[in-house]
Design a protein around this ligand. Structure first.
Ligand code: ATP
Length: 270
């Protein structure tokens, strides 16, 4: 069973490392570069996996897990890397990367972006497996809902036995809100990220959330899986876990801040 308190405390420290640079243990840094549909995030851990520093930037350079604006992605990774190097007063030379499960075709593009920014790529993971480095569960399913996709990793006996990914994510929720309120995408995105409006918007986006639960339903064997572990920025949505629980009939757990779980898990595997 996952220790939720441990996960919450750890991810909280990663969150704090956006504004506070923590003193590292040892000299080696472990870096995770998460190229996402909505955000690009770089997390730096020390050699004992303690959070050291973190930088992120909203980005529109990927679609459905695929890099559609190479130079845009490259410039953002360079910018975030430079900021972190300035904060740490050292050069960051190696990193791990991840991508939605099953998008092998984009491994090269992701790698080129990281390399173009001056990193040597030491490991390439899939997102839900990276997230499980934080959760450390042996049995169950890790569901990572980002901006563009819903990915899942099914675990049995401590091993990932299946990974899947489908193109439905937070961007689709924003599109539904934009249509509902007749407002531009950017405005809808702001409403979606405003926790005080989550109660109001949940019924509006319910059908999309049910579609996401349906993706999980399709791939899991309910006689084998008894817990769903949520992560990814979209899971910040208050009440999403209730929809999953209702639609799948499986207990659903989410950490306090699901957003930084995957990028931190990537860094752990550098
Ligand atoms: P992908 O993994 O699909 O390529 P990504 O890595 O950019 O995308 P994340 O960074 O995990 O995905 O999540 C981004 C999504 O999370 C966006 O759609 C964003 O709108 C959503 N999001 C972020 N904060 C919140 C919030 N407070 N409430 C609701 N949704 C949020």
């Amino acid at each position: 069973m996952m220790d939720l308190q441990r996960v919450n405390d750890y991810i909280k420290k990663v969150e704090q490392s956006e504004t506070t640079t923590f003193l590292p243990v040892g000299k080696k840094f472990k870096v995770g570069v998460d190229l996402g549909t909505a955000y690009i995030v770089i997390v730096v851990l020390d050699e004992e996996n303690n959070p050291v520093a973190c930088e992120k930037k909203a980005a529109n350079v990927l679609r459905d897990g695929v890099v559609v604006d190479y130079s845009g992605a490259l410039n953002i990774v360079k910018e975030l890397k430079a900021k972190l190097e300035k904060r740490l007063n050292t050069e960051l030379t190696q990193c791990a990367i991840a991508m939605p499960a099953g998008t092998d075709a984009s491994v090269r593009t992701h790698t080129y972006v990281a390399e173009g920014a001056g990193f040597e790529v030491t490991n390439v993971l899939d997102e839900p497996t990276a997230a499980n480095s934080i959760f450390q569960i042996d049995e169950g399913v890790v569901v990572d809902i980002g901006g563009g996709t819903t990915g899942l990793a099914i675990l049995q006996g401590g091993k990932v036995i299946r990974i899947e990914d489908e193109p439905t994510g937070g961007t689709h929720l924003t599109l539904v809100l934009a249509g509902n309120f007749h407002i531009p995408f950017e405005e809808a995105e702001k409403i979606k990220q405003d926790y005080s409006r989550h109660r109001e918007i949940l019924p509006i986006v319910k059908a999309v959330l049910e579609k996401m639960s349906g993706i999980v339903n399709r791939y899991i064997d309910k006689t084998q899986v008894n817990t769903i572990y949520l992560c990814g920025g979209t899971c910040c949505l208050t009440g999403i876990e209730k929809v999953f629980e209702r639609e799948t009939g499986i207990q659903t757990i989410k950490p306090q801040n699901p957003f930084l779980v995957t990028p931190t898990g990537i860094a752990m595997n550098c």
